[in-house]
Design a protein around this ligand. Structure first.
Ligand code: ADP
Ligand code: MG
Length: 392
């Protein structure tokens, strides 16, 4: 699972499309996976996030059809071509992979957009289920392809919202807006500072290499089943805490008022750590943006490590593999490390001086081997471009 040259990948994807459907694709559209630098579990609390696009990308080759049939195929999924009729689509939680692209067609039609038949073939270098948002990459690549095929002229933000609606309402996953916005709106060389309340965004320059730094992603290769239920439970807890505090969302609790908010929740001890995480995490994102704006990327290190401790101890969404990755990286000389994504498996993120990168990666590998865990996949993350048309 490596990030291959986009031109080569597009060429291969087009050849596969021709072999499958016997026609030329109209074009190839790409959307990246993402890693969230900081701001975890804040996106359903109207808070701040700061993802960046990975070089790992999902490609959608597509062509319109005149008979109104929708045909979907993924090189990464078993079961061959899935054939559907757009007008028959109904939300189907728990369905197979095709629910993601079918959900995008459904969401567009629900929005009154004229989306009809098409042939779609998908290839991807984004690891699936690794917390690097292969689902949003698939949705956004599909949305961008359909936008072009049907001449919809949708903005990046509109595409992201439709993709999120597909995942929430059609696939049945209650995710926030971060992943789809990252896939649609990230730009090379930048992290995307996103306010998930009003969806205002700003590209923040993040050139780790220019400062002698490296960002490493550690895909732990584990995914604990309890993730989905726990996500819904944390989300419900945050909503309950906001109601108890009389605010619209936890984003509305200023960092300076955290002690008062915690005191006000004296009767709800289970909610206090959730509030503490969200309020401090939002504050950490604002600090991270300030450091990057000031050309101090080194200063992100302690923020990453503090974010991990908060996610582990207060929000309780880490797991032994993520803790081992983060702790080992820190102990081996990284500037900071944390779990990234929803938790309970998936990936960790490590900020490290260029000169120490190999040592830190080796230490994490060795720690996983010593613990008897599956070997992690470790790769550098350089902020790449967001969704785009590759060909013609
Ligand atoms: P993540 O988004 O972190 O990778 P999710 O559980 O949200 O994890 O999404 C993973 C799911 O998305 C896969 O199980 C699969 O159903 C679907 N998916 C994503 N990319 C592809 C792809 N290229 N081909 C087929 N299915 C895909
Ligand atoms: Mg996902």
């Amino acid at each position: 699972m490596t990030a291959t040259d986009p031109a080569q990948a597009a060429h291969r994807t087009a050849a596969e499309f021709r072999a499958l459907y016997g026609t030329e694709p109209t074009g190839i559209w790409a959307a990246p996976g993402r890693v969230n630098l900081i701001g975890e579990h804040t996106d359903y609390n109207d808070g701040f996030v700061m993802p960046l696009a990975l070089p790992h990308t999902t490609l959608a080759a597509a062509a319109p059809r005149t008979d109104g049939v929708l045909r979907l195929h993924s090189a990464g999924a078993p079961g061959g071509i899935v054939e559907l009729r757009p007008e028959d689509l109904r939300p189907r939680p728990g369905a197979d992979w095709s629910a993601y692209p079918a959900g995008v067609v459904w969401a567009m039609r629900e929005a009154g957009l004229p989306v009809g038949g098409a042939d779609l073939h998908v290839t991807s270098t984004v690891p699936l289920g690794a917390g690097l948002s292969s689902s949003a990459a698939l949705e956004v690549a599909t949305a961008l392809a359909l936008d072009a095929l049907h001449g919809l002229g949708l903005s990046r933000e509109e595409l992201a919202r439709l993709a999120q609606r597909a995942e929430n309402a059609y696939v049945g996953v209650p995710c926030g807006i971060m992943d789809q916005t990252a896939a649609a709106c990230c730009t090379a060389g930048h992290a995307l500072f996103l306010d998930t309340r009003d969806l205002t965004q700003r590209q923040v320059a993040f050139d780790a290499a220019a400062h002698g730094l490296r960002l490493l992603v550690v895909d732990t290769r584990v995914r604990h089943q309890l993730g989905d239920g726990a996500y819904a439970q944390r989300r419900a807890g945050c909503e309950r805490a906001a109601r108890a505090l009389g605010v619209r969302a936890l984003r509305d609790v200023p960092h300076a008022h955290l002690p008062d908010a915690l005191a006000a929740l004296a009767g709800e001890p289970g909610l206090r750590p959730l509030v503490r995480h969200i309020v401090t995490e939002n504050h950490r994102v604002e600090q991270a943006v300030a450091h990057l704006d000031a050309g101090r990327p080194h200063a992100l290190g302690p923020l990453l490590t503090a974010s991990h401790a908060s996610l582990r101890d207060d929000f309780a969404v880490s797991c032994p593999e993520l803790d081992l990755a983060a702790d080992t990286a820190d102990a081996a000389g990284a500037l900071g490390a944390r779990m990234t994504g929803g938790g309970f498996g998936g990936s960790a993120l490590v900020l490290v001086e260029e000169a120490a990168a190999a040592t830190v990666a080796k230490a994490v590998d060795a720690a996983f081997a010593a613990a008897g865990y599956t070997a992690p996949r470790i790769f550098p993350a350089v902020p790449g471009p967001g969704a785009r048309r590759l060909t013609p």
